[in-house]
Design a protein around this ligand. Structure first.
Ligand code: M6R
Length: 642
């Protein structure tokens, strides 16, 4: 049956999309950064600067579209934004409207042609896009039948041509054509479109990929997040899913895909410029490691007061009863956020006596997980945009769970998709390798567990007070670990050319071992594995010889003696041991090759301290190997595709 109001062409697409099911794109899966400007200033420098700020989202290729009296011009280049900048050098590019894109591709070659922006078939439009058009193949087939040809392998070019085709054939406005096209699109997108016929018009839309609009004085900025916008204005609108924003002649209107006009909510974004600049450090990652005394304190600010034995999380206040009474907690996340979840598992079970399961969001979403009434799902994400975590949330929601979010990015999709949550307040994390986000996540999750335990009465008052007091001391203790940076650098130098690493820890230090290994592999490209120390003898011990560095977190806690035995097993096989020890440990220095001392703290809080030297070790080794630590190969900061 033909859908009401659907043109013959649209109907054809609808049917072919239905018949072919969901066709998963292989040409152009992007996470990408989007920035666009229309107003009275020169657009080119604003767009290029914005792309540099967004480069952490992807850096395979970059492009820009600018429009002036000479028409709509597109320039694009494989490689980083700097390569695009060189391409533009020496050209007269005066324009007060423009848009740019920095791309991250998982499939298909990152090259000049596949880079965005893409022209439409008759070059009336240019489009940039973040996301995946899953039914692009069906749309492409229909367009090919009509005689269209394509320059690139991308779904984005298909969408641009599709919109232009509807516009040309339906005779309505471009806004209507965008709306009709997006009604047919299966997938996720944030798009911005420029129209050669309208030199003051930008059209943007989102579904499943973030898009922020900065509102200035007679000017508008569009971006994937607020970082390219805050140096111009603090007034922003977070576009909602299924909304289309149109700026024309200085006026902004927002409509839904059903053509209902909405009133956009302008809010102040609290983001200081200094927070998104390197501030004298060689890399964002190093800056972010050194920011941890402050970021941990910020994640506790107003939430803990040891003197009054108080812990509270404003965003969860109305849900604390539900949390305390929950029969089970399921934690979902990816990468480092999953590691923070593993730490939380130990703490929630120990203090609040609530059973916890920690799942990779990507696995959780594709099984048929058992979610029972009274279950709480906690979704952890720095970016708040991770596609797998978002999908896990939607699945859990559909099964009736109550979902809490632990996110860093304010206003992010995950923050909006959850019933309640707590921001980590770590400030912008730009380095692809997550550092301060991890410690802030662990801090917030620990506070949640403490609050739940207190309410349930499963924690002794003396322990509750002790832990609150020790939490307040964490920033100063992290500061002390950072003072060992030079010593860690010397150790890193010795192991710069190691080919493999093993990381071992027990109890709460096991997830820290996983996190240390992840940090090393993602930025140095050295193969590294994290294991619970006792698991070593079940296989990995076969790898140990004089060429195998083994980092052991051997702090003075309840499993110390056991970990020392594991170290002896490694030494007996000539492995080279770098031990993270507690200050004052006189036993291990004679037994291992290197020690890095960290301050004593209650073992529940140890991950906040023991992870710091591992972050520095990974950073130093990566720098010594000449790696691009902030933008390691093949990675991007927010993984908005599955
Ligand atoms: O933004 P999220 O916390 O959801 O991101 C999850 C992972 O993609 C992220 O932690 C990734 O593993 C980092 N590169 C690790 O350093």
């Amino acid at each position: 049956m033909q859908k009401a109001g659907m043109s013959g062409f649209l109907h054809l697409l609808y049917v072919s999309a239905q018949l072919s099911g969901w066709e998963f794109l292989t040409g152009n899966k992007t996470m990408c950064g989007i920035v666009a400007y229309v107003g009275h200033q020169e657009a080119c420098p604003i767009v290029i600067k914005g792309l540099k700020r967004l480069e952490y989202r992807g850096y395979d290729s970059a492009g820009i579209a600018l429009m002036n009296g000479e028409g709509l011009k597109v320039f694009k280049k494989k490689g980083k934004v700097a390569a695009l900048e060189s391409e533009l050098a020496g050209r007269e590019l005066h324009a007060t409207i423009g848009m740019g894109h920095t791309r991250w591709a998982t499939h298909g070659e990152p090259n000049d042609v596949n880079a965005h922006p893409h022209y439409s078939f008759h070059r009336k439009l240019a489009i940039i896009h973040n996301g995946i058009i899953e039914n692009y193949a069906a749309i492409k087939q229909a367009l090919l039948k009509k005689g269209h040809t394509f320059q690139s392998e991308t779904d984005t070019e298909v969408l641009g041509q599709f919109i232009e085709d509807i516009w040309e054939n339906n005779g309505g406005t471009l806004e209507e054509a965008v709306r009709l096209a997006l009604q047919e699109v299966v997938g996720a997108y944030a798009i911005v479109i420029m129209n050669e016929a309208e030199p003051t018009q930008l059209i943007a839309a989102r579904k499943g990929s973030p898009l922020v609009i900065g509102v200035g004085e007679n000017e508008y900025f569009f971006a994937s997040d607020a970082t390219p916008i805050v140096e111009y204005t603090n007034d922003v609108i977070y576009l909602n899913d299924h909304e289309i924003a149109v700026v024309k002649n200085g006026e902004l209107t927002v409509v839904t895909l059903n053509n209902d006009t909405t009133t956009p909510y302008v809010q102040k974004v609290e983001l200081e410029l200094a927070a998104i600049e390197k501030g004298g450090f060689d890399h964002f990652m190093l800056k972010e490691i050194f920011e941890q005394p402050r970021s941990i304190a910020d994640s506790m600010r107003g939430r803990v007061n040891a003197a009054d034995a108080m812990v509270q999380l404003g965003g969860l206040r109305d849900y604390m009863d539900k949390l305390a009474k929950s029969k089970r907690i399921v934690i979902v996340g990816c990468g480092t956020s999953w590691h923070a979840g593993l730490v939380a598992e130990y703490i929630f079970e120990d203090l609040a006596r609530i059973p916890v399961e920690v799942e990779y969001a990507s696995e959780f979403r594709y099984r048929n997980p058992i979610i029972k009434e009274g279950d709480i799902v906690i979704a952890i994400s720095q970016s708040g945009e991770t596609a797998d975590t978002l999908a896990a949330i939607e699945l859990a929601k559909s099964k009736g769970a109550t979902i809490f979010g632990v996110c860093n990015v304010v206003g992010s999709s995950i923050a909006r998709a959850t019933h309640a949550g707590a921001y980590t307040h770590a400030g912008p994390e730009i380095g692809v390798a997550s550092t301060k986000a991890f410690t802030a996540q662990v801090t917030v999750l620990t506070l949640m567990a403490l609050a739940a335990a207190k309410r349930k009465g499963t924690i002794a008052d003396s322990l509750f007070r002790q832990l609150l007091a020790e939490m307040e001391s964490i920033p100063a203790k992290v500061e002390r670990v950072l003072q060992a940076a030079d010593k860690i650098k010397e150790i890193a130098y010795i192991f710069t050319y190691a080919r493999n690493f093993i990381y071992l820890g027990r109890g709460l230090n096991f997830p820290v071992a996983l996190e240390g290994a992840l940090k090393l592999k993602e930025i140095s490209y050295i193969h590294a594995e994290g294991y619970p120390a006792a698991e070593m003898k079940h296989g990995p011990i076969a790898l140990i010889d004089e060429d195998m560095p083994v980092v052991v977190i051997a702090t003075n806690d309840s499993s110390y003696e056991k970990v020392v035995s594991n170290i002896q097993e490694v030494k007996a096989r000539k492995g080279r041991v770098i031990a993270i020890t507690t200050e004052g440990d006189t036993n291990l220095p004679g037994m291992v090759d290197f020690t890095i001392e960290i301050p004593k703290v209650h073992e529940i809080l140890m991950p906040l301290i023991s992870v710091i030297p591992l972050q520095l070790l990974a950073y130093d080794i990566a720098v010594m190997r000449g790696r691009n630590v902030d933008q390691p190969r093949n990675l991007a900061k927010s993984v908005t595709v599955e």
